[in-house]
Design a protein. Sequence first.
Lengths: 461, 46
Amino acid sequence: MAGLLSKERTIAGPGFTRWLIPPCALATHLCIGQAYALSVFNLPMTRQLGVTHSIPGDWRLTELGWIFTIAIFVLGASAALFGKWVQAVGPRKSGFVAALCWGIGFLVGALGIKTHQLWLVYLGYGVIGGCGLGIGYITPVSTLISWFPDRRGMSTGMAIMGFGGGALIASPLSDFLMKHFSSPTSTGVVQTWVVLGIIYLVFMMGGAFGYRVPPDGWKPAGWVPPPEKAKTLITQHNVTPGDAVKTPQFWLLWVVLCLNVTAGIGVLGQASAMIQEMFKGRILPSAAAGFVGLLSIFNMGGRFGWASLSDKIGRKATYMCFFAIGTAMYALVPLTGKIGSPALFVACFCVIISMYGGGFATIPAYLSDVFGTKYVSAVHGRLLTAWSAAGVFGPVLVNYIRQFQIDHGIPKNQAYNITMYIMAVLLVIGFFANLVVKPVAERYHERTVPVGGPGDRRVTV
Amino acid sequence: MTAPNEARPTSGSGNGIKLTLAWLAVGVPLLWGVVETLRKAMALFA
Protein backbone atom coordinates (compact mmCIF):
# COMPACT_ATOMS: atom_id res chain seq x y z
CA MET A 1 0.00 0.00 0.00
CA ALA A 2 2.83 2.38 0.90
CA GLY A 3 4.32 1.85 -2.57
CA LEU A 4 0.97 2.42 -4.22
CA LEU A 5 0.70 5.78 -2.52
CA SER A 6 4.24 6.93 -3.21
CA LYS A 7 4.93 9.99 -5.30
CA GLU A 8 7.00 7.96 -7.77
CA ARG A 9 3.98 5.76 -8.56
CA THR A 10 1.95 8.82 -9.55
CA ILE A 11 4.24 10.10 -12.31
CA ALA A 12 2.09 10.42 -15.42
CA GLY A 13 2.73 8.10 -18.31
CA PRO A 14 2.73 8.87 -22.01
CA GLY A 15 -0.49 10.28 -23.43
CA PHE A 16 -1.86 11.39 -20.07
CA THR A 17 -3.98 14.52 -20.37
CA ARG A 18 -3.63 17.18 -17.73
CA TRP A 19 -7.38 17.86 -17.89
CA LEU A 20 -7.91 14.73 -15.78
CA ILE A 21 -6.33 16.49 -12.78
CA PRO A 22 -8.96 19.21 -12.13
CA PRO A 23 -11.78 16.63 -11.63
CA CYS A 24 -9.59 14.86 -9.03
CA ALA A 25 -9.01 18.17 -7.26
CA LEU A 26 -12.73 18.92 -7.46
CA ALA A 27 -13.53 15.50 -5.99
CA THR A 28 -11.49 16.46 -2.93
CA HIS A 29 -12.75 20.03 -2.59
CA LEU A 30 -16.42 19.30 -3.30
CA CYS A 31 -16.35 16.92 -0.31
CA ILE A 32 -14.52 19.09 2.20
CA GLY A 33 -16.60 22.10 1.11
CA GLN A 34 -19.41 20.46 3.12
CA ALA A 35 -18.01 22.40 6.08
CA TYR A 36 -19.82 25.52 4.85
CA ALA A 37 -23.13 23.65 5.08
CA LEU A 38 -22.67 22.35 8.61
CA SER A 39 -25.31 24.77 9.93
CA VAL A 40 -28.10 22.64 8.35
CA PHE A 41 -27.57 20.26 11.30
CA ASN A 42 -27.77 22.96 13.96
CA LEU A 43 -31.48 22.86 14.74
CA PRO A 44 -31.95 19.06 14.48
CA MET A 45 -28.93 18.61 16.78
CA THR A 46 -30.54 20.81 19.42
CA ARG A 47 -33.32 18.22 19.74
CA GLN A 48 -31.41 14.96 19.61
CA LEU A 49 -32.99 13.82 22.89
CA GLY A 50 -36.41 15.43 22.52
CA VAL A 51 -36.61 14.71 18.74
CA THR A 52 -39.63 16.99 18.12
CA HIS A 53 -38.50 19.73 20.49
CA SER A 54 -35.54 20.51 22.75
CA ILE A 55 -35.66 19.06 26.26
CA PRO A 56 -33.33 19.56 29.24
CA GLY A 57 -30.03 17.87 28.45
CA ASP A 58 -30.23 18.66 24.74
CA TRP A 59 -27.31 20.57 23.23
CA ARG A 60 -27.56 24.36 22.85
CA LEU A 61 -26.72 26.26 19.66
CA THR A 62 -23.80 27.99 21.35
CA GLU A 63 -22.26 24.60 22.18
CA LEU A 64 -22.82 23.34 18.63
CA GLY A 65 -21.23 26.47 17.15
CA TRP A 66 -17.89 25.26 18.47
CA ILE A 67 -17.90 22.28 16.09
CA PHE A 68 -17.43 24.59 13.08
CA THR A 69 -15.04 26.90 14.92
CA ILE A 70 -12.78 23.99 15.93
CA ALA A 71 -12.89 22.53 12.40
CA ILE A 72 -11.88 25.85 10.77
CA PHE A 73 -9.16 26.44 13.36
CA VAL A 74 -7.76 22.93 12.83
CA LEU A 75 -8.00 23.47 9.07
CA GLY A 76 -5.60 26.42 9.28
CA ALA A 77 -3.36 24.77 11.85
CA SER A 78 -3.08 21.45 10.01
CA ALA A 79 -2.50 23.14 6.65
CA ALA A 80 0.36 25.06 8.24
CA LEU A 81 1.69 22.03 10.12
CA PHE A 82 1.43 19.42 7.34
CA GLY A 83 2.07 21.67 4.33
CA LYS A 84 5.68 20.58 4.00
CA TRP A 85 4.72 16.91 4.35
CA VAL A 86 1.98 17.27 1.70
CA GLN A 87 4.55 18.77 -0.65
CA ALA A 88 7.03 15.97 0.04
CA VAL A 89 4.77 12.92 -0.25
CA GLY A 90 2.75 14.06 -3.25
CA PRO A 91 -0.98 14.35 -3.87
CA ARG A 92 -1.97 10.69 -3.75
CA LYS A 93 -0.75 9.95 -0.24
CA SER A 94 -1.93 13.28 1.15
CA GLY A 95 -5.28 12.93 -0.67
CA PHE A 96 -5.60 9.43 0.80
CA VAL A 97 -4.93 10.71 4.33
CA ALA A 98 -7.34 13.64 3.84
CA ALA A 99 -10.06 11.22 2.70
CA LEU A 100 -9.48 8.99 5.73
CA CYS A 101 -9.56 11.94 8.15
CA TRP A 102 -12.68 13.48 6.61
CA GLY A 103 -14.60 10.18 6.37
CA ILE A 104 -13.56 8.94 9.80
CA GLY A 105 -14.24 12.39 11.25
CA PHE A 106 -17.88 12.03 10.22
CA LEU A 107 -18.11 8.50 11.60
CA VAL A 108 -16.59 9.47 14.97
CA GLY A 109 -18.86 12.51 15.03
CA ALA A 110 -21.87 10.28 14.33
CA LEU A 111 -20.85 8.08 17.26
CA GLY A 112 -20.68 11.20 19.43
CA ILE A 113 -24.19 12.26 18.37
CA LYS A 114 -25.53 8.73 18.88
CA THR A 115 -24.07 8.46 22.40
CA HIS A 116 -24.79 12.16 23.08
CA GLN A 117 -21.19 13.00 23.92
CA LEU A 118 -20.34 16.40 22.50
CA TRP A 119 -16.61 16.05 23.09
CA LEU A 120 -16.62 13.14 20.67
CA VAL A 121 -18.29 15.32 18.03
CA TYR A 122 -15.66 18.02 18.62
CA LEU A 123 -12.94 15.38 18.30
CA GLY A 124 -14.47 13.66 15.28
CA TYR A 125 -15.68 16.47 13.05
CA GLY A 126 -13.64 19.28 14.58
CA VAL A 127 -10.20 17.76 15.09
CA ILE A 128 -10.01 14.63 12.87
CA GLY A 129 -12.26 16.12 10.20
CA GLY A 130 -10.45 19.46 10.54
CA CYS A 131 -7.17 17.72 9.66
CA GLY A 132 -8.92 16.29 6.60
CA LEU A 133 -10.01 19.82 5.71
CA GLY A 134 -6.53 21.30 6.03
CA ILE A 135 -4.65 18.50 4.27
CA GLY A 136 -7.34 18.12 1.60
CA TYR A 137 -7.44 21.85 0.92
CA ILE A 138 -3.76 22.14 0.04
CA THR A 139 -3.33 18.68 -1.54
CA PRO A 140 -4.12 19.56 -5.18
CA VAL A 141 -2.55 23.04 -5.25
CA SER A 142 1.04 22.17 -6.10
CA THR A 143 0.03 19.43 -8.55
CA LEU A 144 -2.33 21.75 -10.43
CA ILE A 145 0.30 24.47 -10.68
CA SER A 146 2.81 21.92 -12.01
CA TRP A 147 0.36 20.81 -14.70
CA PHE A 148 -0.88 24.28 -15.55
CA PRO A 149 2.10 26.65 -15.27
CA ASP A 150 0.47 28.65 -18.05
CA ARG A 151 -2.89 28.91 -16.25
CA ARG A 152 -2.08 28.81 -12.55
CA GLY A 153 -5.03 30.98 -11.53
CA MET A 154 -7.62 29.12 -13.55
CA SER A 155 -6.46 25.66 -12.43
CA THR A 156 -6.30 26.39 -8.70
CA GLY A 157 -9.45 28.50 -9.01
CA MET A 158 -11.25 25.47 -10.42
CA ALA A 159 -10.26 23.34 -7.42
CA ILE A 160 -11.00 25.97 -4.81
CA MET A 161 -14.32 26.66 -6.56
CA GLY A 162 -15.13 23.12 -5.44
CA PHE A 163 -14.78 24.16 -1.82
CA GLY A 164 -17.46 26.80 -2.40
CA GLY A 165 -19.56 24.36 -4.41
CA GLY A 166 -19.37 21.62 -1.79
CA ALA A 167 -21.89 23.42 0.38
CA LEU A 168 -24.31 23.70 -2.53
CA ILE A 169 -24.35 19.92 -2.77
CA ALA A 170 -24.14 19.11 0.94
CA SER A 171 -27.01 21.35 2.00
CA PRO A 172 -29.82 19.79 -0.11
CA LEU A 173 -28.25 16.32 0.22
CA SER A 174 -28.23 16.56 4.02
CA ASP A 175 -31.82 17.83 4.03
CA PHE A 176 -32.86 14.91 1.85
CA LEU A 177 -31.04 12.33 3.98
CA MET A 178 -32.36 13.72 7.29
CA LYS A 179 -35.93 13.60 5.96
CA HIS A 180 -35.34 10.05 4.72
CA PHE A 181 -33.93 8.77 8.03
CA SER A 182 -36.08 10.77 10.46
CA SER A 183 -38.69 8.91 12.47
CA PRO A 184 -40.80 9.59 15.57
CA THR A 185 -37.79 8.48 17.65
CA SER A 186 -34.92 9.96 15.63
CA THR A 187 -33.93 13.21 13.91
CA GLY A 188 -31.99 11.20 11.32
CA VAL A 189 -28.76 13.17 11.96
CA VAL A 190 -26.70 10.13 13.04
CA GLN A 191 -27.61 8.07 9.97
CA THR A 192 -27.05 11.11 7.73
CA TRP A 193 -23.53 11.63 9.12
CA VAL A 194 -22.71 7.94 8.59
CA VAL A 195 -23.92 8.02 4.98
CA LEU A 196 -22.12 11.33 4.28
CA GLY A 197 -18.92 9.96 5.83
CA ILE A 198 -19.00 6.91 3.57
CA ILE A 199 -19.89 8.91 0.43
CA TYR A 200 -17.10 11.41 1.08
CA LEU A 201 -14.58 8.69 1.86
CA VAL A 202 -15.29 6.89 -1.43
CA PHE A 203 -15.43 10.08 -3.52
CA MET A 204 -12.23 11.53 -2.07
CA MET A 205 -10.41 8.21 -2.49
CA GLY A 206 -11.41 8.29 -6.17
CA GLY A 207 -9.84 11.73 -6.45
CA ALA A 208 -6.71 10.69 -4.52
CA PHE A 209 -6.03 7.69 -6.76
CA GLY A 210 -6.66 9.75 -9.89
CA TYR A 211 -3.89 12.26 -9.16
CA ARG A 212 -0.79 12.18 -11.36
CA VAL A 213 2.26 14.41 -11.20
CA PRO A 214 4.05 15.47 -14.38
CA PRO A 215 7.47 13.97 -15.13
CA ASP A 216 10.49 16.18 -14.46
CA GLY A 217 10.92 18.82 -17.09
CA TRP A 218 7.38 18.56 -18.45
CA LYS A 219 5.73 21.68 -19.73
CA PRO A 220 2.66 22.34 -21.87
CA ALA A 221 3.24 22.05 -25.59
CA GLY A 222 4.40 25.36 -27.02
CA TRP A 223 4.57 27.11 -23.65
CA VAL A 224 7.67 29.12 -22.86
CA PRO A 225 8.16 30.39 -19.28
CA PRO A 226 7.93 34.19 -19.24
CA PRO A 227 11.33 35.84 -18.88
CA GLU A 228 12.05 37.02 -15.36
CA LYS A 229 12.11 40.80 -15.28
CA ALA A 230 13.26 42.90 -12.38
CA LYS A 231 9.89 44.56 -11.87
CA THR A 232 7.52 41.61 -12.29
CA LEU A 233 6.44 39.47 -9.37
CA ILE A 234 6.65 36.19 -11.27
CA THR A 235 9.85 34.43 -10.30
CA GLN A 236 11.59 31.35 -11.69
CA HIS A 237 13.32 30.90 -8.33
CA ASN A 238 12.02 29.13 -5.25
CA VAL A 239 11.86 30.18 -1.63
CA THR A 240 11.68 27.47 1.03
CA PRO A 241 8.72 27.63 3.45
CA GLY A 242 11.12 28.40 6.32
CA ASP A 243 12.58 31.37 4.46
CA ALA A 244 9.22 32.48 3.05
CA VAL A 245 7.88 33.31 6.52
CA LYS A 246 10.94 35.53 7.08
CA THR A 247 10.07 37.74 4.12
CA PRO A 248 7.87 40.85 4.33
CA GLN A 249 6.03 39.59 1.24
CA PHE A 250 4.66 36.59 3.16
CA TRP A 251 3.25 38.78 5.92
CA LEU A 252 1.89 41.35 3.49
CA LEU A 253 0.05 38.58 1.67
CA TRP A 254 -1.07 37.22 5.04
CA VAL A 255 -2.63 40.63 5.80
CA VAL A 256 -4.10 40.80 2.28
CA LEU A 257 -5.80 37.40 2.64
CA CYS A 258 -6.86 38.02 6.23
CA LEU A 259 -8.52 41.36 5.45
CA ASN A 260 -10.19 40.09 2.29
CA VAL A 261 -11.59 37.09 4.17
CA THR A 262 -12.59 39.19 7.20
CA ALA A 263 -14.64 41.46 4.97
CA GLY A 264 -16.55 38.53 3.48
CA ILE A 265 -16.84 35.98 6.26
CA GLY A 266 -18.62 38.27 8.71
CA VAL A 267 -21.25 39.04 6.12
CA LEU A 268 -21.73 35.42 5.10
CA GLY A 269 -22.64 34.44 8.64
CA GLN A 270 -25.05 37.36 9.10
CA ALA A 271 -26.47 37.69 5.58
CA SER A 272 -29.93 36.37 6.36
CA ALA A 273 -30.43 38.50 9.47
CA MET A 274 -28.87 41.56 7.85
CA ILE A 275 -31.16 41.72 4.81
CA GLN A 276 -34.26 41.12 6.96
CA GLU A 277 -33.31 43.83 9.46
CA MET A 278 -32.29 46.39 6.84
CA PHE A 279 -35.49 45.89 4.83
CA LYS A 280 -37.90 45.00 7.60
CA GLY A 281 -41.27 43.82 6.35
CA ARG A 282 -40.13 43.71 2.74
CA ILE A 283 -37.82 40.69 2.93
CA LEU A 284 -39.36 37.54 4.43
CA PRO A 285 -37.30 34.64 5.88
CA SER A 286 -37.83 32.55 2.72
CA ALA A 287 -36.48 35.38 0.56
CA ALA A 288 -33.57 35.83 2.99
CA ALA A 289 -32.75 32.12 2.62
CA GLY A 290 -32.80 32.67 -1.14
CA PHE A 291 -30.34 35.55 -0.67
CA VAL A 292 -27.97 33.25 1.23
CA GLY A 293 -28.22 30.70 -1.59
CA LEU A 294 -27.47 33.39 -4.18
CA LEU A 295 -24.40 34.45 -2.18
CA SER A 296 -23.16 30.83 -2.18
CA ILE A 297 -23.38 30.74 -5.97
CA PHE A 298 -21.45 34.02 -6.30
CA ASN A 299 -18.92 32.75 -3.75
CA MET A 300 -18.36 29.70 -5.93
CA GLY A 301 -18.44 31.50 -9.28
CA GLY A 302 -16.08 34.20 -8.04
CA ARG A 303 -13.48 31.58 -7.20
CA PHE A 304 -13.26 30.40 -10.78
CA GLY A 305 -13.98 33.73 -12.48
CA TRP A 306 -11.58 36.00 -10.59
CA ALA A 307 -8.78 33.40 -10.43
CA SER A 308 -9.04 32.87 -14.20
CA LEU A 309 -9.00 36.62 -14.78
CA SER A 310 -5.83 36.84 -12.67
CA ASP A 311 -4.02 34.83 -15.37
CA LYS A 312 -4.72 37.71 -17.76
CA ILE A 313 -4.30 40.81 -15.60
CA GLY A 314 -1.93 39.49 -12.91
CA ARG A 315 -2.50 38.61 -9.24
CA LYS A 316 -1.60 41.99 -7.83
CA ALA A 317 -4.02 43.78 -10.15
CA THR A 318 -6.74 41.26 -9.28
CA TYR A 319 -6.36 41.99 -5.56
CA MET A 320 -6.32 45.72 -6.35
CA CYS A 321 -9.75 45.17 -7.95
CA PHE A 322 -10.97 43.27 -4.85
CA PHE A 323 -9.95 46.02 -2.50
CA ALA A 324 -10.98 49.00 -4.66
CA ILE A 325 -14.35 47.61 -5.76
CA GLY A 326 -14.96 46.09 -2.31
CA THR A 327 -14.39 49.43 -0.60
CA ALA A 328 -16.85 51.12 -2.95
CA MET A 329 -19.44 48.36 -2.44
CA TYR A 330 -19.21 48.46 1.38
CA ALA A 331 -19.49 52.25 1.36
CA LEU A 332 -22.58 51.91 -0.84
CA VAL A 333 -24.44 49.39 1.36
CA PRO A 334 -25.76 51.90 3.95
CA LEU A 335 -27.11 53.97 1.05
CA THR A 336 -29.07 50.97 -0.25
CA GLY A 337 -30.83 50.82 3.12
CA LYS A 338 -31.42 54.56 3.10
CA ILE A 339 -33.03 54.59 -0.34
CA GLY A 340 -34.78 51.26 0.38
CA SER A 341 -33.38 49.29 -2.52
CA PRO A 342 -33.03 45.56 -1.73
CA ALA A 343 -32.00 44.93 -5.36
CA LEU A 344 -29.00 47.24 -5.02
CA PHE A 345 -28.19 45.71 -1.62
CA VAL A 346 -28.24 42.20 -3.11
CA ALA A 347 -26.12 43.32 -6.08
CA CYS A 348 -23.50 44.88 -3.77
CA PHE A 349 -23.18 41.75 -1.66
CA CYS A 350 -23.08 39.40 -4.65
CA VAL A 351 -20.06 41.35 -5.93
CA ILE A 352 -18.46 41.44 -2.44
CA ILE A 353 -18.89 37.69 -1.94
CA SER A 354 -17.58 36.89 -5.42
CA MET A 355 -14.39 38.73 -4.42
CA TYR A 356 -14.27 36.91 -1.08
CA GLY A 357 -14.21 33.61 -2.98
CA GLY A 358 -11.88 35.08 -5.59
CA GLY A 359 -9.40 35.98 -2.86
CA PHE A 360 -9.17 32.38 -1.68
CA ALA A 361 -8.81 31.06 -5.21
CA THR A 362 -6.20 33.56 -6.43
CA ILE A 363 -3.83 33.31 -3.46
CA PRO A 364 -2.14 29.99 -4.42
CA ALA A 365 -1.21 31.41 -7.84
CA TYR A 366 -0.06 34.66 -6.19
CA LEU A 367 2.18 32.65 -3.84
CA SER A 368 3.62 30.59 -6.69
CA ASP A 369 4.39 33.82 -8.57
CA VAL A 370 6.16 35.37 -5.58
CA PHE A 371 7.80 32.34 -3.91
CA GLY A 372 8.12 29.92 -6.86
CA THR A 373 6.24 26.71 -7.58
CA LYS A 374 8.42 24.18 -5.73
CA TYR A 375 7.11 24.70 -2.20
CA VAL A 376 3.79 26.37 -2.97
CA SER A 377 1.66 23.87 -1.00
CA ALA A 378 3.77 24.32 2.11
CA VAL A 379 3.81 28.12 1.87
CA HIS A 380 0.07 28.13 1.11
CA GLY A 381 -0.54 25.96 4.16
CA ARG A 382 1.23 28.47 6.39
CA LEU A 383 -0.64 31.38 4.87
CA LEU A 384 -3.99 29.74 5.61
CA THR A 385 -3.54 30.68 9.27
CA ALA A 386 -4.80 34.06 8.00
CA TRP A 387 -8.11 32.31 7.32
CA SER A 388 -8.27 31.00 10.88
CA ALA A 389 -7.64 34.51 12.22
CA ALA A 390 -10.24 36.04 9.90
CA GLY A 391 -12.70 33.32 10.85
CA VAL A 392 -12.65 34.67 14.40
CA PHE A 393 -12.14 38.35 13.62
CA GLY A 394 -14.83 38.80 10.90
CA PRO A 395 -17.93 37.47 12.69
CA VAL A 396 -16.86 39.08 15.99
CA LEU A 397 -16.53 42.45 14.27
CA VAL A 398 -19.94 42.24 12.61
CA ASN A 399 -21.84 40.79 15.58
CA TYR A 400 -20.35 42.90 18.37
CA ILE A 401 -20.51 46.23 16.56
CA ARG A 402 -24.13 45.53 15.60
CA GLN A 403 -24.99 44.73 19.22
CA PHE A 404 -23.10 47.81 20.47
CA GLN A 405 -25.08 50.00 18.05
CA ILE A 406 -28.43 48.49 19.10
CA ASP A 407 -27.52 48.86 22.80
CA HIS A 408 -26.91 52.56 22.13
CA GLY A 409 -30.35 53.11 20.64
CA ILE A 410 -29.54 52.87 16.92
CA PRO A 411 -32.50 51.38 14.98
CA LYS A 412 -31.91 47.82 13.78
CA ASN A 413 -32.07 48.80 10.11
CA GLN A 414 -29.11 51.16 10.63
CA ALA A 415 -27.16 48.97 13.04
CA TYR A 416 -24.87 47.63 10.30
CA ASN A 417 -23.84 51.02 8.84
CA ILE A 418 -20.76 51.52 11.03
CA THR A 419 -19.68 47.91 10.40
CA MET A 420 -19.89 48.50 6.66
CA TYR A 421 -17.68 51.59 6.92
CA ILE A 422 -15.19 49.66 9.10
CA MET A 423 -15.09 46.91 6.47
CA ALA A 424 -14.42 49.55 3.82
CA VAL A 425 -11.51 50.90 5.92
CA LEU A 426 -10.09 47.37 6.35
CA LEU A 427 -10.18 46.95 2.60
CA VAL A 428 -8.32 50.25 2.13
CA ILE A 429 -5.59 48.89 4.45
CA GLY A 430 -5.57 45.70 2.37
CA PHE A 431 -5.21 47.78 -0.80
CA PHE A 432 -2.02 49.40 0.50
CA ALA A 433 -0.65 46.11 1.86
CA ASN A 434 -1.07 44.62 -1.62
CA LEU A 435 0.35 47.72 -3.28
CA VAL A 436 3.70 47.38 -1.50
CA VAL A 437 4.23 43.70 -2.37
CA LYS A 438 7.52 43.57 -4.29
CA PRO A 439 9.59 40.65 -5.62
CA VAL A 440 11.35 38.63 -2.92
CA ALA A 441 14.97 39.68 -2.29
CA GLU A 442 17.56 37.44 -3.93
CA ARG A 443 19.07 36.38 -0.59
CA TYR A 444 15.92 34.36 0.14
CA HIS A 445 16.09 32.37 -3.12
CA GLU A 446 16.92 28.70 -2.76
CA ARG A 447 20.44 28.16 -3.97
CA THR A 448 19.68 26.29 -7.19
CA VAL A 449 20.35 26.89 -10.84
CA PRO A 450 17.14 26.91 -12.83
CA VAL A 451 17.44 24.79 -15.96
CA GLY A 452 14.21 25.94 -17.54
CA GLY A 453 10.70 26.81 -16.42
CA PRO A 454 8.64 25.82 -13.40
CA GLY A 455 8.68 22.07 -12.89
CA ASP A 456 12.05 21.75 -14.59
CA ARG A 457 14.82 19.83 -12.91
CA ARG A 458 17.04 22.10 -10.88
CA VAL A 459 20.63 21.57 -9.93
CA THR A 460 21.64 22.40 -6.39
CA VAL A 461 24.72 24.56 -6.27
CA MET B 1 14.57 12.07 -13.52
CA THR B 2 13.07 11.46 -16.97
CA ALA B 3 14.04 8.14 -18.56
CA PRO B 4 15.37 8.52 -22.10
CA ASN B 5 12.57 6.41 -23.54
CA GLU B 6 9.84 8.02 -21.49
CA ALA B 7 7.40 9.85 -23.68
CA ARG B 8 6.20 13.21 -22.51
CA PRO B 9 2.50 13.42 -21.81
CA THR B 10 0.64 15.72 -24.12
CA SER B 11 -1.64 18.45 -22.90
CA GLY B 12 -4.39 18.13 -25.49
CA SER B 13 -4.85 14.42 -26.14
CA GLY B 14 -6.03 11.74 -23.78
CA ASN B 15 -8.58 9.13 -23.18
CA GLY B 16 -11.90 10.71 -24.07
CA ILE B 17 -13.99 8.25 -22.09
CA LYS B 18 -11.91 8.73 -18.95
CA LEU B 19 -12.17 12.48 -19.30
CA THR B 20 -15.92 12.37 -19.82
CA LEU B 21 -16.49 10.07 -16.85
CA ALA B 22 -14.22 12.09 -14.57
CA TRP B 23 -15.89 15.39 -15.41
CA LEU B 24 -19.38 13.85 -15.18
CA ALA B 25 -18.57 12.45 -11.72
CA VAL B 26 -17.89 15.93 -10.36
CA GLY B 27 -20.02 17.97 -12.77
CA VAL B 28 -23.36 16.24 -12.21
CA PRO B 29 -23.46 16.63 -8.38
CA LEU B 30 -22.22 20.21 -8.70
CA LEU B 31 -24.86 21.07 -11.28
CA TRP B 32 -27.55 19.48 -9.09
CA GLY B 33 -26.38 21.58 -6.14
CA VAL B 34 -26.39 24.78 -8.20
CA VAL B 35 -29.90 24.08 -9.58
CA GLU B 36 -31.27 23.30 -6.10
CA THR B 37 -29.71 26.46 -4.69
CA LEU B 38 -31.00 28.60 -7.56
CA ARG B 39 -34.49 27.19 -6.99
CA LYS B 40 -34.35 28.38 -3.38
CA ALA B 41 -32.85 31.69 -4.45
CA MET B 42 -35.88 32.34 -6.66
CA ALA B 43 -37.81 33.15 -3.48
CA LEU B 44 -35.80 36.35 -3.33
CA PHE B 45 -37.30 37.53 -6.59
CA ALA B 46 -40.85 36.29 -5.93
